[in-house]
Design a protein around this ligand. Structure first.
Ligand code: BDR
Ligand code: CA
Length: 309
């Protein structure tokens, strides 16, 4: 299996992404999970991560990372994710605790100790990853690639141009995009197409305990989606995991992409060079489309696997 580290801020869709990865131990070996302030403050989202793992009895080490962005104050996603950061289902208290190490040292140790290169799967503001590669640039060579959820070439969701994960810490995102590490970007261009619809959520809620829990997560998550004018609920973060499992489900383009950190209207925007003769070599595989039906089948089957355990 491919060794991965998930960096997250659960977060409804983060929780679903973690479950999707957990359902495929033959393909993905989750060496650890790191958390970062994003959808809610660090303590809350770390607790959520531990509760999700506990719910499916997965004793995977969790390390707490940065409380907020490199500069300025944390903007949370409370409006979408609620007061707990993962409102909806009532989950039992976690059996597990975070490790003593901070996220950066934790990732560093895993990467250094590994014979194989590690794949990073960030689905939150990129603060932890930026801190890691800035403090220890030598680890870049031992990172196979970064499959991240963030950005969007066509539009944003916090502002007209910026997606939440990039918007919260544009400086960190820029460091990561310009790091030279190969990046696969699940931005809004693809994640909005990976939407789950109401009748599918109803179907989930007829199934086993994990599917039902996900159905309940999505019930809460849809409230904000509807308010914002969406019909389906975009499963943003699961795309970053699904690509690792089934890249053939996605369409993509290789482009040079970096992050605007200054623009008045464009701070936090992911900017791609789409000219026929761009100044630089492509650094990002931008996912642009997905076979929605196949993606949903993958998700449903994966949750069913967990239901049976
Ligand atoms: C991203 O922002 C968060 O609210 C979600 O968890 C996802 O990572 C979508 O813009
Ligand atoms: Ca997230």
């Amino acid at each position: 299996p491919r060794p991965i580290i998930i960096d997250c801020d659960p977060g409804h869709d983060d929780a679903i992404a973690i479950l999707l990865a957990l359902a495929h131990p033959e393909e993905l070996e989750i060496r650890g999970i790191t958390t970062v302030g994003g959808n809610q403050i660090l303590d809350k989202i770390t607790d959520n991560a531990l509760k999700v793992l506990s719910f499916v009895n997965a004793d995977i080490p969790v390390a707490k990372g940065a409380k907020g962005p490199l500069f300025g104050k944390l903007v949370t996603g409370e409006e979408a994710h609620g007061e707990s950061g993962m409102d909806g289902p009532v989950l039992p208290a976690s059996k597990f605790k975070p490790v003593d190490q901070g996220a950066v040292e934790f990732m560093l140790e895993i990467i250094r100790a590994s014979e194989e290169k590690i794949t990073l799967v960030p689905m939150a503001p990129l603060t932890n990853i930026a801190l890691l590669i800035t403090a220890y640039p030598e680890v870049k060579d031992k990172i196979k690639e970064i499959s991240l959820m963030g950005g969007g070439l066509a539009y944003g969701n916090v502002t007209s141009t910026a997606e939440f994960n990039i918007f919260v810490d544009p400086e960190a995102a820029r460091i990561v995009y310009e790091s030279g590490i190969p990046i696969v970007m699940s931005g809004l261009d693809v994640t909005d197409k990976a939407a789950i619809f109401e009748e599918e959520i109803l179907e989930l809620k007829q199934k086993g305990p994990v599917s039902v829990m996900v159905g309940e997560l999505l019930d809460f998550y849809s409230i904000y989606g509807k308010k914002m004018g969406y019909v389906g609920n975009a499963l943003h973060d699961p795309c970053a995991v699904a690509w690792l499992l089934h890249p053939e489900l996605f369409e993509s383009e290789h482009l040079y992409v970096t992050v605007e950190t200054e623009g008045k209207l464009t701070r936090g925007m992911t900017v791609a060079d789409r000219r026929k003769k761009p100044d630089r070599q492509p650094n990002v595989q931008v996912l642009t489309g997905v076979d929605r039906e196949a993606f949903m089948k993958l998700l449903f089957d994966s949750l069913e696997r967990l239901d049976r355990e």
